[in-house]
Design a protein around this ligand. Sequence first.
Ligand code: TYM
Length: 409
Amino acid sequence: MINENNNISYGNKDKKNNTQIINQNFIDNKNINFTVTPWEVKGDIDYNKLIEKFGTFEITTNIIEQFKKITGEIHPFLKNKYFFSHRDLDWILKEYQNGNKFYLYTGRGPSGLIHLGHLMPWLFTKYIQDKFNVKLLFQLTDDEKFLFNDKNDLEMIDIFTYENVLDIIAIGFDSAKTNIIIDTKHINYLYPISLEIAKRITFSTAKSVFGFSNSSNIGMIGFPPIQSAPCFLPSVIEKKPTPVLIPAAIDQDPYWRITRDIAEKIGYYKPAQIHSKFIPGLINNGKMSSSKPDSALFTKDDPELIEKKVKNTFTGGQPTVSLQRKLGGNADICPVYWYLKYLFDNEEESIQRYNNCKGGSLLCGDCKNDLIKDVKPFIKDIQRKREKAKDMIKEFMIDGKDLGHKDKK
Ligand code: TYM
């Protein structure tokens, strides 16, 4: 709806002024011992507290029912609350039902290879693209990864950009409805919009939301509007205000907060979000992270390496078999249990696994073997599709051009 001042407004709201939500280092807060920012996720994350802190909304059974009316089913990621939080999801679904289609927008910072954690929001994005028959913008923030880490050089990031594009295509997005934007190559599509955004965000806001300081390089400070810009590109492409839904893990939320705060001022809808939890790392209590290769299962890992990593995984089990039989394990803290729950077990199998682990009849070795059995063919299938993707790159690029990468075949 556009009001008489030509500003867009609609029913949904933000719980707080988003820019008041300071860059969250929860370590110092009472009863909170985790950190979630776009660049760091660590500690034992309490997702309910995160909803409260970030001022987002829980995905309720009403919203899930709204989804079901359109899709005819409930996706496991909604049922098992892997996607747990949102902003304006109910509004996006209502608009869709009234014939106002949304665009999907998601992305990747190409600083390394792709692991199972990255795949989660993308698998769900593909599902929504298929079920709702909607277009997708997929941004690769190679500039972000160059600016935010002193060790990253542009040549290395260019190689990972190419590798990551193969993974994105391998997910199976519809090339006719998907455009990939690589910031350093396609900045002309984003730059005018990012200027409109940048002009309306003060340094003081950027500091409080992202934690920038006097020692942050000025490229970092100028970056956030580039990640915000694809939220509004659909409106430019369609030549009318167009809703956008962003599926991502909740670490990216600070970007959407600043974007939502300025959207209506420049005549666009606030972007809606659906936030996921994190897939935990194999060896630590943080998220699966490409900067810690032993913590992650990558799409390029060979079967032997997958087996080795899973066998060495930290679990919620007891130190010995007899203690496990006697005391039972702790599935709640076990990454093996979570990977199986989110990616491979159905609801019934997962409940059974949980109870058998707790009751001591299931040993960690059994769960590890189940995971190895499931994850090996899953990754092999992606590897096969990555090979095919090498010939499909230009179909996906927003400018219709190939990447001309040396390692093409
Ligand atoms: P990046 O490359 O850190 O992460 C890409 C996507 O994967 C999610 N993610 C995870 N999800 C579950 N478990 C994990 N262990 C895990 N690690 C990462 C992230 O939330 C993200 O959805 N700045 C962004 C790139 C970007 C983007 C976007 C992301 C640009 N535009 C729009 C999402 C939506 C980045 O560096 O993501």
